[in-house]
Design a binder for this molecule. Sequence first.
Ligand code: FAD
Length: 638
Amino acid sequence: MTEVETFNYDVVVIGAGGAGLRAVIEARERGFSVAVVCKSLFGKAHTVMAEGGCAASMGNANSNDNWQVHFRDTMRGGKFLNNWRMAELHAKEAPDRVWELETYGALFDRTKDGRISQRNFGGHTYPRLAHVGDRTGLELIRTMQQKIVSLQQEDFKETGDYEARIKVFAECTITELLTDDGRISGAFGYWRESGRFILFESPAVVLATGGIGKSFKVTSNSWEYTGDGHALALRAGAALINMEFVQFHPTGMVWPPSVKGILVTEGVRGDGGVLKNTEDKRFMFSYVPDVFKGQYADSEEEADRWYTDQEKNRRTPDLLPRDEVARAINSEVKAGRGSPHGGVFLDIASRLPAEEIRKRLPSMYHQFKELADVDITKEPMEVGPTCHYVMGGIEVDPDTASSSVPGLFAAGECSGGMHGSNRLGGNSLSDLLVFGRRAGLGAASYVSELKDRPKVSQSDVDAAAAMALAPFDPPGDGVEENPYSLHTELQQSMNDLVGIIRKAEEIERALEKLGELRERVKRVTVEGHRQFNPGWHLAVDLRNMLMVSECVARAALMRTESRGGHTRDDHPGMDPQWRNKLLVCSATPGDNPVVPEIGIEVKEQTPLRQDLLELFELSELGKYYTDEELASHPGSPA
Ligand code: FAD
């Protein structure tokens, strides 16, 4: 029988980024006991790295902004493949969630008249990102942690125990979700330091584990982004959607090699920075796609005037949605107009006074000075695309964040639907707050309505422990695989064959490679013992990365069009027949329990509600929709 430390909670939240912490607060405020588990240190999540800001149509910088404009921008950014109900809730609720953060103690940058200041970002019609310099995520996490501490103090007053209702389990990795007759019964994992096992008995689990970037070689993501939540959900019986849509942020550092992929915030362009090629040309003017024609400036003069007068001028194409900018940079480099290290130039030095740059973009200034010995107040940065965000994730009900598995909820980057085929910058932090809250609420309502609690079975615990320990006990046929080598091979294949520009023949090669890796991972072998053993940790994470990579590759092969974060060289256009189709991935029972097979099917989305459809001009919708879909629009010819 497995030796395991056991805890009992009403709700277990896996992940202590923005989505997880907001879910914790909500479930606790509804009176439930909550465990929050994170594999990194508490406070160290991707959310903390978020720089540019949090999108919310508060209308402080431009009073024309409102939820309808934000909704429209989000749908356009996602190329109308978004789950429209999520986009609606998000646009409506984001301002309240930002204001609420200030009641927790956050202090956003201010306008001269004392309102929360908002900055420009790609794809947003008006300046909309509430921010704290370029360290917004840090403020978000800091204040939600502060709120959690204040709730713990309330609990102490009432019970004499700070951890009576919220307890943090940091540096603890969850490796398996447990179910009882199809319902969630708990979560199983290990302490990273000691390697000892831990079991949470709980009827409700909220997954808030973030993204999958570590499956790719060049990424802005850190070591935790191994798709754990995605894979845990798949193995528990939930489905993933939109996995073919991976966002390559246009501006990652390209030099020196040791820092390749580290993010250069879109805030640089939002604050006036422009992209240039080696001919010193602002090339984005040549890359405005048909669907956005008329919405962006077509001369440098107009683009520059737009920064100070947005009523009379159109925005700069440097701030097109990320997928468009990333593809444009890729084309410039391919055409031989790239910078010395394979990127393009991002120039803020010639656009703002040095003092202003240091004030508005302090992290960027230090990042380039310390990592690349580049002074961004004096010279341009070299930048290129980097794998940044996954639009795909766990399929959830928009209102309650529940998955198809009773008791399993998901929010934040590990959930899917909200951003469609491409996320707008700033829409993740607002997504975390809106749907983190809804997931906490959904889990609390689910628990309050339960008639009986699901039970954890000993055989499930033993099986989860055996799976986690398998790398210490390989098959013994003389072939041993190294987790680091397998990871490098996986990252290289995903980068080269299922990266920013894709074609069928290359994706098929990636799938062959993934098939080979799923066999080899059975022989992955680690040395030493369970006390802090990074090789073992990676071996455990590899299963997850292989599963999510397979979802990405299978869906990428199936979607024979280009849309948002999925560009097919062999199918370059957007196809209206694909607009409303979701590719749904699920784990299918097979003979490989280590990395279960992935099945994929096509599903139609619910058509956009009539009042929301009517927020768009027929002429715009015509660029995305089929004629039959538009028949009900009032502007449509009878
Ligand atoms: P995270 O904040 O990453 O939290 C995930 C949590 O899950 C972590 O605590 C991790 O330890 C835990 N975890 C994962 N797996 C396990 C497991 N198996 N067991 C236990 N715990 C686990 N978005 C914006 O809107 N605006 C921005 O300005 C912006 N800037 C960004 C800058 C950078 C450099 C990056 C990388 C992203 C940026 N984003 C931005 C995107 C945004 O930060 C992320 O999408 C968002 O923070 C994800 O939040 P989350 O709560 O879903 O996950």
